[in-house]
Design a protein. Structure first.
Length: 335
C-alpha cells in the first residue's frame, strides 16, 4: 500500500475545540488537530462530520433531515450515534413493544456537552429509564494523525419507586445499601453511517465459531458478493437486494473509497486491566455492516453482561494512491 503524504499546507497541531454553527444546527463543536476535523452536534447526540482538513466528510448526512421533521418523529440524520444493544430486546422495554425507532433520549433530547482539559469533548445523554443507563462519550483526536478515539460507556442508574407520585425517580448513583448489582444486560452499540463505499471489510477473529465466521442479520437479504481473504471478510457493495446486514466475530471494520480508507477498531483493554469474567459477545454480533443504496453503517458492539459497560473505538483515515481493494485490506491488517 502506498500512502500519499498530506499536502504541504496541512500541518499537525495540538487539538483545538471551537463552538459554532454546523449546517442546520446553531450549536456544534468542532475538533481539529490540523490534519483532520470532527464535528459533534449535542442537540441530536451525534458526530456528524469526520474528514481530512479541507476534505470530504466520510459520514453520511441525510439531505432530507430538518430540525422540524425531527421534532415530530424520528428521521435518521446520519452520522454516528450510540444505542443499547441488543436491538431485538428493545420491544421488552420500549412503549408499544417497538424495535424502532431508537429510544427518544438518544435523538429527541439534547445531550450535555463539556470540554475536558481543553482537548476532549464529553457528551452525556439524558437518563434512559427503560434501560437503566445514561450514555456518556468522551471524544478526542490523536496528535499527528487522522485518528479519533471514542470512549463510550453506560452509567448505570438507580431507579426508585416513588409511591407519592406514582412515578419512578431516577438517581445517578447505585444504591449503597442495596444488594450487589448483577451485570448489565445491555451493551454499548455505536452505529456509524457512512457514504456508500466501494467496498467494506471486517477483520475476523481467528477463533470465530460460526461457519465462515459470519452471521446473516437480515434473513433473506444478502450482500451481492462476499468472500474471505486471509482473515478478512470482504463485502461487495451495494447488495442486490437493496439492503443487507451481516455480523461477524471481528474487531475492526473498514470502508474504502477511491483514494481514502476509513477504519474503525475496538481498542482492547490496557495491560493489567481486570476483565469482567461474565462478559461476552453472542455469536456474530461483535462487528456488523449494514448497507442500503443510500448509505452503509459500520457497527461495533461492546460485550454483554458487564458491570460497567464500556467500548473504546478508534477511527482512522488514510489516503492511498492504490486501488481501494488492496488499500483497505492492507490497512485493515495493519491497524
Amino acid at each position: 500500500m502506498i500512502l500519499q503524504p498530506p499536502p504541504a499546507a496541512r500541518k499537525a497541531s495540538a487539538t483545538t475545540i471551537s463552538r459554532g454553527p454546523y449546517r442546520i444546527w446553531p450549536d456544534a463543536f468542532r475538533l481539529t488537530n490540523g490534519l483532520c476535523e470532527l464535528v459533534i452536534v449535542p442537540s441530536i447526540g451525534r458526530i456528524m462530520h469526520f474528514a481530512p482538513v479541507d476534505g470530504d466528510n466520510v459520514l453520511w448526512e441525510n439531505p432530507k433531515f430538518t430540525a422540524r421533521s425531527a421534532s415530530r418523529e424520528f428521521v435518521n440524520p446520519g452520522g454516528d450515534a450510540v444505542y443499547p444493544w441488543p436491538q431485538d430486546r428493545w420491544p421488552r422495554v420500549l412503549p408499544g413493544g417497538r424495535d424502532w425507532p431508537p429510544p427518544e433520549e438518544c435523538w429527541r433530547r439534547p445531550q450535555a456537552a463539556r470540554v475536558i482539559d481543553g482537548s476532549v469533548l464529553r457528551l452525556t445523554s439524558a437518563p434512559l429509564p427503560a434501560f437503566g443507563v445514561r450514555i456518556v462519550r468522551e471524544i478526542s483526536l490523536a496528535d499527528g494523525a487522522m485518528r479519533a478515539t471514542m470512549v463510550n460507556r453506560f452509567e448505570r442508574l438507580h431507579v426508585v419507586d416513588d409511591n407519592a407520585s406514582g412515578e419512578d425517580v431516577i438517581e445517578d448513583v447505585e444504591d449503597p445499601d442495596g444488594p450487589p448489582r448483577p451485570p448489565c444486560s445491555w451493551a454499548v452499540w455505536p452505529v456509524t453511517a457512512v457514504k456508500p463505499p466501494q467496498q467494506a471489510m471486517i477483520r475476523l477473529d481467528s477463533r470465530a465459531s460460526l461457519p465462515g465466521g459470519i452471521r446473516e442479520m437480515v434473513p433473506g437479504k444478502k450482500f451481492s458478493n462476499v468472500s474471505r481473504d486471509d482473515g478478512l471478510l470482504v463485502l461487495g457493495l451495494p447488495p442486490r437486494a437493496g439492503e443487507a446486514k451481516m455480523g461477524a466475530e471481528g474487531d475492526a471494520v473498514a470502508a474504502a473509497w477511491r483514494g481514502l480508507v476509513f477504519t474503525q477498531k475496538r481498542v482492547p483493554p490496557a495491560p493489567g486491566t481486570s476483565i469482567e469474567p461474565k462478559s461476552r459477545w453472542m455469536p456474530g454480533e461483535a462487528c456488523q455492516v449494514y448497507s442500503s443504496r443510500a448509505y452503509a453503517e459500520l457497527e461495533l458492539t461492546g460485550a454483554r453482561w458487564m458491570h460497567a459497560p464500556e467500548l473504546i473505538v478508534e477511527w482512522e483515515l488514510e489516503r492511498t494512491s492504490t486501488r481501494y481493494e488492496s488499500a483497505a485490506s492492507d490497512w485493515l491488517r495493519a491497524v
